[in-house]
Design a protein around this ligand. Structure first.
Ligand code: FAD
Ligand code: FES
Length: 256
């Protein structure tokens, strides 16, 4: 897929909670096709200590407004600087990067997001709905403050929530949710993005039930274009770059 580099205009910086915000960005040209799971490398020009571009999943695409959005959690200098952007500011993106989630062959899919790992699941649930596939979304977090915009998924399927402390939804880890003890084998495919231990646990359950499972890895990246090899992951077919051959991998191909 062709890559683009564009100066986007910030149309909205939605501060959702203390740590999470969503940037809405208008493209100066017609947006190209963007697939669920793809990401952008963002130039953080308003932070003197952030030299390398930072990777963020594409959260949503609004073709009518010619906008895309990114859901971001503040974890360091780069994300803190991005949280200060105002409408009218400019943000330079290289995009759309990486591969994408594949659609299931049929049945109902389960989409799982842990914390900000929920970001690539919105576009996936939208596409599945548009293509006539049913899907449920399971959102996990440490507390209610990590359950971000669950209502956005409601037009596309059922939404389930779990938190470590039980402050919203069921109490416990995502793999302890009642979906896993009950109907998990009814799902035809599982997709997950979030902390590594969560994705490994999901992959193990999916393998036990012979359910195809894809996860999106959030390895540290530098170049984002396959040149520096800092994002390499071990697979059964040898080492692969997360930025070009990922970030989405079938879990049976990963050495995890
Ligand atoms: C393909 C991909 C998609 C991503 N999508 C999103 C997204 O949609 N929303 C979002 O908020 N973040 C996403 N990330 C993570 C995001 O890139 C990092 O949080 C960001 O680069 C941190 O920049 P910083 O300058 O604020 O923090 P830094 O100063 O670089 O780091 C601060 C802290 O964050 C940790 N950190 C840095 N990078 C990562 C990472 N990739 N994963 C986990 N911890 C990290 C560091 O270890 C350090 O402890 C994605 C990463 C990848 C590779
Ligand atoms: S980030 Fe440089 S090769 Fe992937």
């Amino acid at each position: 897929m062709k890559k683009f580099i564009h100066d986007f205009e910030v149309t909205r910086n939605h501060h959702i909670t203390r740590d999470y915000f969503a940037l809405y960005l208008k493209c100066p040209e017609s947006l190209p096709e963007i697939l669920p799971g793809q990401f952008a490398e963002v130039l953080v020009s308003n932070s003197a200590s952030t030299y390398l571009r930072r990777p963020f999943s594409i959260y949503d695409v609004d073709i009518e407004k010619n906008e895309l959005s990114m859901l971001i959690k503040k974890v360091g200098n780069g994300t803190a600087a991005l949280s200060n952007l105002k409408p009218g500011d400019t943000l330079n993106l290289v995009y759309p990067l990486g591969n994408s989630f594949s659609l299931p062959s049929g049945g109902k899919a389960l989409l799982i997001g842990g914390g900000v790992g929920i970001a690539p699941m919105l576009l996936l649930s939208k596409l599945m709905n548009a293509k006539g596939f049913a899907s449920d979304v399971l959102i996990g977090g440490r507390t209610s403050a990590d359950i971000i915009e669950p209502e956005k998924y409601l037009p596309y399927g059922n939404v389930y929530v779990t938190t470590d402390d039980g402050s919203v939804g069921e109490k416990g880890l995502v793999t302890q949710h009642s979906l896993f003890s009950g109907q998990i084998s009814d799902y035809s495919a599982v997709y997950a993005c979030g902390p590594d231990p969560m994705m490994k646990a999901v992959a193990r359950v999916a393998a036990t039930h012979n359910i195809p499972c894809e996860i999106s890895l959030e390895n540290t990246m530098a170049c984002g274009i396959g040149a520096c090899l800092c994002c390499v992951v071990e697979t059964v077919e040898g080492n692969k770059t997360t930025c070009i051959e990922g970030p989405v991998f079938n879990t049976l191909t990963l050495k995890i």
